[in-house]
Structure formats: structure tokens, C-alpha cells
Design a protein. Structure first.
Length: 174
């Protein structure tokens, strides 16, 4: 990572995150997303973007209701995030979508506009840290007393696609 690179810092369902500003296609204010029947838990919904439809994903595991089937939506109350704070996922005040552009197309992450800023602070590199259902982090940026995990958008998208494929594979099993 270059030291003079700009990053978009935001807070989403997985806590404080950062992405390279070059990988952000657009930041949109969210009115609502199109929900899909039989949607995997990683997919929050679909968003129309220019002449395309972009999947909006969650980067943290979401607890499901006891006895819920694959088509049930998760309970939208509070989620613990990596920093230990609780994040209200059903808080509709000023939600934004970060539309990211990658080699594999566009996809998005839902975040909170109050915490979304651009920064040129020097990142701290680390070996990739992978979660089978979530983000792949390659470093961190300390900003105002908070550590923002730097997201590798290509590796994260590939991991999410694999988790989504596994989920649809479970639906096909007898």
C-alpha cells in the first residue's frame, strides 16, 4: 500500500472499516433495498445503480431467529461488532451504500453516513486476516482513537461469493 493513498473510512455491520478511495465507485444515500426471497444471509438486498443491479452485502455474521428457514430475514436489532460496541442495523437514519468497483464487477456495503470520511493517514500493513463469511483485512488505519480495518475488496468479494454458493448448495441438498 502506498503511504500517500486516500482511504474511505466508514462503519458498517462488521465495525470500523476502510477501503481504498480508488475502489469506491460511488456513495449513495439508501432509501431501501430490494429484498430477495431465499436470499443468503450475506446479501442484504439489491440496489439499482446506473443501468445495473448491485448486490449489497453484509460483512459480519448475522444471528438468525431460532427455527428460521433460509428465506427468513434475520432479526434486526443490535449486533456486536469487532470493536465491542453494539451497532443498530435497523436504524434507518442516514444509511449509505458504498458502491465498490472490483475486477469482478460492482458490489456494495451498507454503512452509516455519520462515520464515513476520507483520510490520508498512514496505514499499518498486516498479513491478510480472513473470515469464511466476512471481510479480508490487510491492515489498519488508526483515526481519532478508532482502528479501521483495511478491506481487501477482491479477496472479500471472492470469499463472499464462495459463502453464498455454499449457502445455495445447502438449499439443494435433500
Amino acid at each position: 500500500m502506498r503511504q500517500d493513498q486516500w482511504f474511505c473510512l466508514f462503519r458498517g455491520d462488521a465495525g470500523p472499516m476502510a477501503v481504498s478511495a480508488e475502489s469506491v465507485a460511488e456513495i449513495l444515500e439508501s432509501d431501501g433495498l430490494v429484498r430477495l426471497a431465499w436470499s443468503p444471509p450475506q446479501v442484504v438486498g439489491l440496489c439499482p445503480y446506473r443501468r445495473d443491479v448491485v448486490p449489497i452485502v453484509r460483512l459480519a455474521p448475522v444471528p438468525r431467529r431460532v427455527g428460521a428457514g433460509p428465506s427468513s430475514q434475520p432479526e434486526l436489532t443490535t449486533l456486536p461488532v469487532a470493536s465491542g460496541e453494539e451497532h443498530h442495523v435497523d436504524d434507518r437514519t442516514r444509511r449509505i451504500l458504498l458502491i465498490l468497483k472490483s475486477e469482478h464487477g460492482a458490489w456494495g456495503i451498507q454503512g452509516d453516513s455519520v462515520w464515513t470520511i476520507l483520510s490520508r493517514e498512514c496505514p499499518e500493513d498486516q498479513p491478510p486476516c480472513t473470515d469464511e463469511n466476512g471481510p479480508v483485512l490487510v491492515g489498519s488505519i488508526p483515526h481519532a482513537g478508532t482502528r479501521y480495518g483495511i478491506l481487501d475488496i477482491e479477496a472479500t468479494w471472492l470469499g463472499l461469493r464462495a459463502a453464498i454458493s455454499r449457502w445455495y448448495g445447502y438449499l439443494g441438498e435433500p
